[in-house]
Design a protein around this ligand. Structure first.
Ligand code: HEM
Ligand SMILES: *[C@@H]1O[C@H](CO)[C@@H](O)[C@H](O)[C@H]1NC(C)=O
Length: 322
């Protein structure tokens, strides 16, 4: 009797684990039955878009960062409508672009598998495919993320600012499971894309940040000739002049040479907690790429909605009508 009883409790325990944890996990190839070509369709669209507008790939990488710091649930993609205020309206989102092409990817999926593939998985997989197109590593990602029904403002609570202290940056990333080494690797995302003058002028005016290489500062002042750039003007500088569309360790060489664009980039090279990793990544591209893969994977699995939570949005810009 005692035996069958403990057996029964064991079964109950199994059931409990099954329902409380088992079904709320991301899986490899989650769409294998419901939409077998899902991952291929995303890859095809991301590749076509990259050949038409190369900077879409850069955007998919930045989108992963902005979406997943809170929860990988496509909250970032919601536009302002029906009581939702978009995360895209925050000053932290300045310069984000190409959102309209997310719809191109989603439309291709909806044609084959209506209401099946989440916008959150589009954010994750488009970043994964973009990284490969930008010369970065091939990353195996799980799927099964679901979409939020809300946006999260203020994003300032989870997206650091260009001039935040490295201590704040490290603790923010640590809160989603990224250690110092992974955080240093993730900032390697700044080896592609651009920075607008509004995010740099405080290092140039009224006096030039003494930690900036003087020649580079001159170049940046030519790019950003006034201390008060018109926020609507598109004055910007490239993150990485040598290989602006390649994810590589050039970023670390630059910041060690005092040519980082953002205050956080510069701090990464000098802070005693981060600089040993910066030096190793600058001298070993394979090591950088390996750490970058690990960090992207962790970021892409940050607190997703799974199981019965959230929904599969029909249009990534809007919560489904109830
Ligand atoms: C401390 C953390 C970070 C801060 C403060 C930060 C800040 C910024 C800022 C201010 C810009 C320039 C926006 C503009 O003026 O147009 C930018 C661009 C960018 N960031 Fe970050 N970022 C951080 C981390 C990351 C991470 C972790 C990734 C991805 C792994 C990333 C990917 C990008 C990309 C790809 C761009 C270029 C976007 C484009 O050219 O369209 N950033 N970031
Ligand atoms: C950081 O930059 C913003 C402008 O982007 C500015 O308003 C703020 O005062 C700066 N913070 C610090 C600590 O310098």
């Amino acid at each position: 009797m005692a035996n069958s009883c403990s057996c029964f409790s064991f079964l109950l325990l199994l059931l409990f684990f099954h329902f409380s944890f088992g079904r709320s996990q991301l899986e490899v190839n989650y769409y294998s039955k419901s939409c077998p070509r899902a991952e291929e369709i995303i890859k095809e669209q991301v590749t076509q878009l990259y050949h038409k507008h190369g900077n879409t790939a850069v955007s998919w990488l930045r989108n992963l960062f902005h979406d997943c710091m809170k929860s990988c649930d496509a909250s970032l993609l919601l536009t302002s409508a029906n009581g939702v205020v978009s995360e895209q309206t925050s000053s932290r989102s300045f310069g984000m672009r190409n959102f309209k092409y997310v719809n191109t990817i989603k439309d291709a999926l909806e044609r084959q598998c209506p209401s099946t593939v989440s916008c959150a998985d589009i954010v994750a997989l488009s970043a994964r495919d973009a990284i490969l197109l930008l010369g970065g590593p091939r990353i195996e990602m799980k799927t099964g993320r679901r979409d939020s029904k809300q946006s999260y403002l203020p994003v300032e609570d989870f997206i650091p600012n260009h001039n935040d202290s490295i201590s704040l940056v490290l603790s923010t990333f640590e809160s989603i499971g990224l250690d110092v080494e992974a955080t240093v690797a993730l900032l390697g995302g700044h080896s592609v894309g651009r920075v607008h003058c509004v995010n740099m002028v405080d290092r140039l005016y009224p006096t030039v940040d003494p930690t900036l290489d003087p020649k580079h500062a001159q170049y940046l002042k030519r790019r950003c000739p006034t201390p008060n750039p018109d926020p609507k003007a598109v004055l910007y500088a490239r993150n990485d002049l040598d290989t602006p569309m390649i994810i590589d360790n050039q970023y670390y060489k630059h910041i060690l040479a005092h040519k980082g664009l953002l205050h956080v980039d510069a701090e990464l090279a000098t802070d005693p907690r981060t600089s040993p990793f910066v030096q190793n990544m600058a001298s070993d591209n394979d090591y950088f790429l390996q750490q970058f893969s690990r960090a992207i994977l962790t970021l892409s699995e940050a607190d997703p909605l799974t199981g019965d939570l959230g929904e599969i949005r029909k249009d990534c810009r809007f919560v489904n009508p109830s």
